[in-house]
Design a protein around this ligand. Sequence first.
Ligand SMILES: Cc1ncc(COP(=O)(O)O)c(C=O)c1O
Length: 401
Amino acid sequence: MRPPYSRRASQLKASDIRELLKLTKKPKIISFAGGLPDPQCFPYKEVDVLSTEVIEEDYVKALQYGTTEGFNRLRRALARRMNQKFRTKVHADEIIVTCGAQQGLDLISKVFIDRGDIILVENPSYLGALSAFRLFQAKFAGVPMDNDGLKTDKLEKALKKFEKKSKRPFLYTVPSFQNPTGVSMTLERRKELMELASRYDLVIVEDNPYGELRYSGKAMPPLKAMDKEGRVVYLGTLSKVLSPGMRIGWVAASEGIRHKLVLAKQATDLCTSTLIQYIAHKYITEGHMVRQIKKINAVYKRKRNIMLKAMDSEFPEEVSYTRPDGGIFIWVKFPKKVNSRELLKRSIKKEKVAFVPGDAFFINEGEGLDTARFNFSYPTEERIQEGIARLGRILKKELRA
Ligand SMILES: Cc1ncc(COP(=O)(O)O)c(C=O)c1O
């Protein structure tokens, strides 16, 4: 049989990294590769009680189809939380509740991307966003980053190139505790970015799954809080603060864009799970979320500190890494002669430790081969210490050779 695949489907190929990382599912392997929350932090008892309450109180509505925009009381609760926490001025009407932030990326792709369009992205960037955009046959213009986040001077250079084109690219960015680098854009850069956006009429897609996971440093306003012209399309999610299995995310966008996204979602899945939206609404409005975020931040802060301390003592001096104020990732830079894909193979085989080679997050093949992403939220404290010590042993041996 020859299935009549679309051109789009020909883009769908499993990456070799994913194949390699399948090995990391074995319990003996200490894996820093995923981006999973710590299951010890899941508030399963509260979710259990709230699920029963939702069914008892309103099963007729909770088990029914809902509107595509989402459950109104949840939309109001999400807008209120954003406005209190981040000083945004988002109205509940601007919110669409999605099946995770990832669906937001899919809907944005459907609404904004034609085949061959160029998207501006941080380089390196979140792999799931690159995959979502690639599926719509997008191309990328990478904007380099440093420890202060996306380099706005480089962005301006790129924007100048598109000034006269009839269709300009949008920018996709994760300004706070970025996946994969853990880097946060400074306030200065955020201001510069918003000025550029205004000057070059740029739409910004701001993805902020980690904004509330901050363990040190100063709080940064999301770009959405600095957006006076409705040009920031904001993606939020409960995945990293509550549970990724509940699949609750949201998009906050100005009226015209929101309307298009709703139409795209209608054709995609009609609505996000009503039952889970009811549970999430209760979870937020009955005060559980505030306690949960405090708890997670305390656990992840300890884990971040343990990973950094282990890297400080176990990694050879030539290896450098970010010291993020929040989020769940540390970005490691090896000396040039290290090929992190090869290192991964050896480290799985010899020491049973895994991480993600950094080239996976770059837009061009072969870029960032001397980098790697390490996750600290999922492994236990003991496994963080042990895994980093084991990797340190390999690195010391290889760099001496
Ligand atoms: C930057 C970024 N955006 C989006 C997502 C997807 O989140 P969700 O579970 O809400 O779909 C992730 C998950 O790791 C992420 O790191």
